[in-house]
Design a protein around this ligand. Sequence first.
Ligand SMILES: Cc1ncc(COP(=O)(O)O)c(C=O)c1O
Length: 408
Amino acid sequence: MTILADLTDTAIDLVERHAAHNYSPLPVVAASAEGVWITDVDGRRYLDCLAAYSAVNFGHRHPEIVATAHAQLDTVTLVSRAFHSDRLGPFCAALAELCAKDMVLPMNSGAEAVESGLKVARKWGTDVKGVPAGQANIIVADNNFHGRTISIVSFSSDPVARGGFGPFTPGFRSVPFGDAAALARAIDEHTVAVLLEPIQGEAGIIVPPDDYLPAVRALCSEHNVLMIADEIQSGLARTGYTFACDRWGVVPDVYLLGKALGGGVVPLSAVVADADVLGVLNPGEHGSTFGGNPLAAAIGATVVGLLARGEFQARSAELGTHLHEGLGALIGGGVTAVRGFGLWAGVDIDPQLGTGKQISLRLADRGVLVKDTHDWTLRFAPPLVITAAEIEWVVAQFAAVLREAILS
Ligand SMILES: Cc1ncc(COP(=O)(O)O)c(C=O)c1O
């Protein structure tokens, strides 16, 4: 951005000096937020088209979610799993029903849900499938993004995510995303799971061919392998469906959920599966002090209630069409491709116009917050409470930024 005011500078300077430099954020310092709008410390307003990587699907400070949080803060917030709380059961029951599965393993961050899903798959492989101890393999897709732990970056194809962090966890095989034949070749008698994002988010909102996920489902069933869908970013109404897998009528064995599950208020993630899978865990084999805490569980139950009504899925589908039409009209005018469904769009920009980061900075100058993913791809993923008029305004700002870039 061109002009930085004092409060913004001061806030960023403090972060630069005292917070680890593991992000490269836009120079916008949020002071408050409501719905789709963020106001910065200098009083400028921005339309948030990232929605905290889809953690704010329901909008900033959704009234029902905030009311639940306030009420729960006044009762009980944390007991650990050493005791029961009256909030955990209703949350797990509601989430299991939403997923049409039996059981829920509550965790906190998305990466924890992924780690937990991997552990469950290995345990299932040993206890149920009969794979000799220590010999299980799990198949993943090239260009995946599942989080930042050592095991997860062990099967990342991103050199920046992996560089310097070895030694890595063994037991993973990576095959091209969208290529069912390559997956079939990689499966052997020790394969316990296939872990996939149904649509690859961080890779640039990469949508697989229509026959891919049904083929993955069939291969997993045929070979007695768990299909694990990481719906942490794609799920919970983002694509116009409760789960992105729904678009292809595919039901995985295991859902990994996070981000929006916590309503944009608390970290809350979950592994959701039937009892023949999640039932492999016994006391002492897995856990988390904060996993399933009463505050998060209360919020999660409210989130599931919002999703059960279906209105966010419908909104995302309908307004997503509007967003995709608007962005699609820019192809040839600085945009080279638009991908995705619902209110989730990956937009490739002509590299001659500048990097995604540079375009993001210009958009921020015009009051629109988007994030680049890789060099020339921008992600538009606003809260699902955005209106048609706001979408038109966002697209107009983007068109103006592209025009300026073409002329400069
Ligand atoms: C598909 C997917 N899985 C897992 C994660 C990790 O979630 P968290 O950052 O909460 O650990 C992300 C985060 O972007 C994600 O997009």
